[in-house]
Design a protein around this ligand. Structure first.
Ligand code: SAH
Length: 218
């Protein structure tokens, strides 16, 4: 079966199962080609709903997890978004599709090997000039580009670094896994309401690689 048929099939399934919460997420997941963001050896598993190994000893998340993240962030056209731990780079492409031309999408990746992989993937998929990718430690966020409408961490933190919520605009949303790589992790949703107060919700158990760096697990 061709990739575009497999893509359509899995996205329809994720929609039916309730992982996709709004049409812009579905459109983005139908458009971005996941086969450009996986390693060559696993290309034929691109549309199986599981994480796959990528360079650096880390993983590209499963499609249903991307749907959960994108839906939780309530992305809007024009949003300025930071992803900490961009891995394959695929979420940057999905996010760019949703925030559009006026939006700004920045990813930060800690491992040089994974950063190079993401750069190549974004180029192949045609997003290299549309999103920004930085090599560095995102455990302190990205103060020089703050504030953000949305912040997403794709690596599991010990506790949510204060700098991340400080770098959120009023009305902004942060989504991150929290917990150790060898224990229970939970997906945490934080919304900064207009008074600056933070509202926290737990979105359920997940499995992610751990956040490294200065404010991570080291
Ligand atoms: N959304 C990505 C997930 C990649 S896994 C995808 O689906 O492809 C999480 C990534 O976080 C890994 O690439 C890991 O190297 C990175 N990471 C871990 N700690 C980090 C830190 N402090 N700063 C930036 N990236 C980090």
């Amino acid at each position: 079966m061709e990739f575009f048929k497999r893509r359509k099939q899995i996205v329809e399934n994720l929609d039916r199962l309730g992982y996709i919460k709004y049409p812009a997420v579905k459109r983005a997941m139908l458009k971005v080609k996941r086969e450009y963001f996986v390693s060559q050896e696993t290309r034929f598993s691109s549309y199986i709903d599981m994480p796959l190994p990528i360079p650096g000893g880390v993983t590209i998340s499963a499609p249903h997890m991307h749907a959960v993240f994108l839906s939780a962030l309530k992305l809007k056209p024009g949003d300025k978004v930071l992803e900490i731990g961009s891995g394959s780079g695929i979420l940057l492409a999905y996010i760019k599709e949703i925030v559009g031309e006026r939006g700004k999408v920045i990813g930060i990746e800690y491992l040089p090997e994974t950063y190079e992989f993401a750069k190549d993937n974004l180029k192949k998929a045609g997003y290299d000039k549309k999103v920004h990718l930085i090599l560095g430690d995102g455990s302190n966020g990205l103060p020089e580009e703050a504030p953000f409408d949305k912040i997403i961490s794709s690596a599991s933190c010990k506790e949510v670094p204060k700098s991340w919520t400080d770098q959120l605009k009023a009305g902004g949303i942060l989504v991150t896994p929290m917990g150790p790589s060898d224990g229970y992790q939970e997906l945490i949703y934080i919304e900064k309401i207009n008074s600056g107060r933070l509202i926290k919700k737990k979105l359920g158990g997940v499995v992610f690689v751990e956040l490294k760096g200065k404010y991570g697990w080291k």
